[in-house]
Design a protein around this ligand. Structure first.
Ligand code: FAD
Length: 602
């Protein structure tokens, strides 16, 4: 059931699929308050001053520079945005945390990774699960940048299967400490951190346990060499070895065997913040791309004037706009959910934990969508630069290499795709999201006689909203019958899960952009939103095609005979436009604005 905060309807995680959201109920970047706008400017200035002029050094493995910039970020308070005041943080809300993560991450993936690993997975396990003593002892140091954190989950034999780690924690005879032995791999910030969050197994426990381990080479901790990586060249990534490392029992995080839960919840936060970290990178790539395209002349014409380049600029801007829309929509849902829980008497810690967990589906959706959009954006950035795009002396090459990692860490995109659908099915089974009744209604609709009325779509974005409602029916039709057919064994049919996940992702992203635009049309007027309307329409056009293709793939693979025919007919009906958009005109509208403003202007 939806709950209310400030009399506003807030959907539970995953409910976007079965409930209509009013545009007034979504938060958009145009809703930033004065404090958030100031914060955004502060972070942008910080990046332009400390990072942009040093981009060359970041490409040449200057790990000390990463540490220095992180320390300066700490001095400005940027590492403690989300940390409550009593632990020397700024105690700001979830949206502000996202905003800082967004704008600090755009210039180099090295800082994006160091910042994300420190403020997210390196600090959050303590703020979310730590005892009062643990928080008092460690969080102020982490929030101010006096100390840095790292997160040791992955091992050579335990990557996606994170609970299968072999690192051991053995209780001492006097019961006062644990001895940790094992090898961790791919640990971001390892080279300069003061503290590790380490996951290890006690005896033959089913689940791992989390520990706070201070970095002390005299306590059996040693590091491998810096990994030689494709990108994020100044992000420190090393193996960490624990050899009889002694950790006091009071440094256990939460309870014995609770580590897997901690690891997964820390990753939920990490995933939505990773989406944020992919936003400004896109804006900056578009900014550089259009500046180059306006200046570069071939055939006596600035290349920005060519349709082929307009295509790229329009698609890049559209994806960035859509990612922004969806990221801040979900961030505010989380912030509101935290507020509701606190009003109900939960501590900040419990409220934050449950607030983020509630939207774990959206966190996974955003992680996948934003990381893939950023990769495509950087790829097209190279193409706009032509041969210069391939040169390490121009900025696109590093942006492209840095972008690649986002599809791998914080759970690979394959794992996140499967999680998104898996978690939705679990929520449905627990009764938190009612998929069954809407799915049955769609099944009835399929066997009924379709309406031959011609709806009135004269109001701006009304056809797009109707289309979103129909696309939700596609998901319910395909996923509903797949669940009926396979039951719990659906897990084994990964290709179907991936297809269902792509449908889910496209619906959430397209709907978020449409709602943001509709809200802004209502308050600022249609004339001011011409290009934004075009972007919402262009994205939806692609989403319809993707959903059509993925749904068809599912239907022809698991349904046969009459059932297959009926579902294919339903698919045709649910993906049919009354008025097809003029896609070329949409792109031209968007590209002309980007070209005219000579930057990402939205
Ligand atoms: C630069 C960098 C920084 C990192 N930082 C950290 C860090 O700070 N802390 C930390 O703990 N870890 C970190 N990691 C590790 C990262 O989280 C893992 O690399 C990631 O989770 C994938 O694990 P893996 O590399 O073992 O790949 P694998 O799990 O071996 O996966 C290989 C491929 O198989 C697929 N796959 C795996 N299982 C399944 C399945 N069940 N179904 C379908 N497909 C599957 C994957 O999607 C992937 O495509 C970092 C990695 C890198 C490269």
């Amino acid at each position: 059931m939806a709950e209310t905060a400030d009399k506003k309807e807030i959907l539970r995680g995953g409910q976007f699929l079965v409930k209509e959201t009013a545009c007034e109920d979504v938060f958009t970047p145009e809703d930033f308050n004065e404090e958030q706008k100031m914060m955004k400017e502060t972070v942008k200035e910080f990046v332009d001053r400390e990072i942009v002029p040093n981009k060359e050094r970041f490409e040449h493995k200057d790990y000390a520079l990463t540490e220095e910039v992180m320390r300066k970020a700490g001095e400005l308070g940027l590492l403690g945005i989300a940390v409550p005041d009593e632990y020397d943080g700024l105690g700001m809300g979830f949206v502000s945390t996202m905003l800082v993560c967004d704008y600090i991450s755009g210039a180099t993936g090295s800082i994006a990774t160091a910042f994300g690993a420190h403020t997210g997975i390196g600090t959050m396990p303590i703020t979310l699960y730590g005892t009062e003593e643990q928080k008092k002892k460690y969080v102020p140091k982490l929030a101010t940048g006096e100390w840095f954190g790292a997160y040791c989950l992955t091992e050579p034999g335990a990557g996606s299967d994170a609970n299968s780690g072999k690192t051991k924690a053995e209780l001492s005879a006097d019961g006062k400490s644990y001895k940790i032995n094992g090898q961790k791999m791919w640990i971001s910030n390892a080279g300069f951190c003061n503290l590790f969050i380490v996951f290890a197994r006690i005896e033959d426990d089913k689940n791992i346990t989390g520990f706070i381990v201070e970095n002390d080479s005299s306590n059996g901790i040693s590091l491998g060499e810096e990994e030689k990586k494709l990108g994020i060249h100044s992000s420190s990534t090393r193996q960490v070895f624990f050899n009889d490392t002694v950790v006091p029992v009071e440094n256990m995080l939460a309870g014995r065997g609770e580590g897997f839960k901690i690891a997964m919840n820390a990753l939920n936060v990490g995933r939505i913040k990773l989406a944020a970290a992919c936003l400004d990178a896109q804006r900056r790539i578009i900014d550089m791309g259009v500046k180059y395209a306006n200046e570069r002349v071939q055939f006596k014409t600035p290349i920005a004037q060519f349709g082929a380049i307009k295509y790229k600029l329009a698609e890049m801007a559209t994806n960035a706009y859509v990612c922004e829309s969806a990221s801040y929509r979900a961030a505010k849902n989380i912030e509101d959910r935290i507020a509701i829980r606190m009003a109900d008497g939960n501590s900040h810690q419990e409220a934050e934990l449950k607030g983020v967990e509630e939207y774990a589906i959206e966190c996974s959706i955003l992680k996948v969508a934003a990381s893939e959009d950023m990769q495509n954006c950087a790829d097209e950035g190279i193409q706009i630069y032509g041969g210069m795009g391939f040169s390490a002396d121009a900025p696109m090459e590093a942006a492209w290499r840095d972008a690649r990692i986002s599809r791998i860490y914080e759970g690979t995109n394959e794992i996140n795709r499967m999680l998104a659908v898996g978690m939705l099915v679990k929520k449905a089974m627990k009764g938190h999201v009612d998929l069954l009744n809407p799915a049955m209604a769609v099944a009835d609709e399929l066997t009924g006689i379709p309406s031959f009325d011609t709806p009135d779509y004269s109001e701006v974005l009304s056809e797009e909203k109707a289309m979103i409602a129909k696309l939700k029916k596609v998901f319910l039709m395909v996923a509903g019958s797949a669940i009926q057919k396979y039951g719990p064994e659906l897990e084994e049919h990964q290709q179907l899960l991936m297809a269902a996940s792509d449908i889910l992702i496209e619906i959430y992203m397209a709907e978020s952009a449409i709602l943001r635009t509709e809200k802004n049309v209502k308050r600022f007027g249609e004339d001011t939103q011409k290009e934004q309307i075009a972007m919402a329409q262009l994205y939806l056009y692609h989403a319809v095609d993707i959903i059509n293709q993925k749904a068809k793939e599912g239907i022809v693979s698991f349904a046969e005979g009459d059932e297959q025919r009926m579902m294919l007919m339903g698919l045709k009906r649910f993906t049919k436009y009354q008025n097809q958009p003029n896609v070329v005109a949409l792109r031209n509208t968007i590209a002309e604005k980007v070209t005219e403003e000579n930057t990402y202007p939205f």
